[in-house]
Design a protein around this ligand. Structure first.
Ligand code: GAR
Length: 194
């Protein structure tokens, strides 16, 4: 059985979409893959409750309890390794990861970012897309490399920007597409990995 470990920081709607797709498409029998754990750097991340209710092991590792980014990432890598991951999925995990962490999980670490990379890496993507007058926005699933929000692109979805859009309205439109492309990209990744 191949193990997928999902890292979250908040609502966890992408994680929930992945879990539901895995259940609906019977990934355990069809792909030999299961969601082995959901790990959050925030104890109050809403997604933890959903994961626990699905019978998925959850862990919390509070980054504020560590003296440095490196110390947190070392502890996080150990926590993730307890679940022998074949794939580590960043799903709204709002931490910049050290090269040490990224290298440790090289070629089995993926992320979703709410922009059409390479446009708008970093934070506040929807505000920046609106300020730039973009007619289209979207989301990108990519392999994680040491450079923030770079790395080979695995999937993208495009949505129109409406003249009346607020950042929240645009974020919601993009998020509905994230919920489709992230599970699909994970499935394709697993199919390629076998
Ligand atoms: C998603 O829009 C995801 O793309 C974004 O955070 C949101 C998490 O939502 N991730 C980043 O901005 C990473 N830099 P969720 O917790 O409901 O999945």
């Amino acid at each position: 059985m191949r193990n997928i470990v999902i890292l979250i920081s908040g609502g966890g709607s992408n994680m929930a979409a992945i879990v539901k797709t895995a259940q609906r498409e019977r990934w355990e029998t069809e792909l030999g893959a299961r969601i082995a754990a959901v790990i959050s750097n925030k104890a109050d991340a809403k997604g933890l409750q959903f994961a626990a209710a699905q019978g998925i092991p959850t862990r919390v590792l509070d980054h504020k309890a560590f003296a440095s980014r490196g110390a947190f990432d070392d502890a996080l890598a150990k926590c993730v390794d307890e679940f022998s991951p074949n794939l580590v999925v960043l799903a709204g995990f709002m931490r910049i990861l050290t090269p040490g962490f990224v290298n440790h999980f090289a070629e089995r670490l993926i992320n979703i970012h709410p922009s059409l990379l390479p446009a708008f890496p970093g934070l506040h993507t929807h505000e920046r897309a609106l300020a730039a007058g973009c007619r289209f926005a979207g989301a990108t699933v990519h392999e994680v490399t040491a450079e923030l929000d770079h790395g080979p692109i695995l999937a993208q979805a495009v949505v129109p920007v409406m003249p009346s859009d607020s950042a929240d309205a645009l974020a919601a439109r993009v998020l509905t597409q994230e919920h489709l492309i992230y599970p699909a990209a994970i499935k394709a990744f697993l199919q390629k990995q076998t």
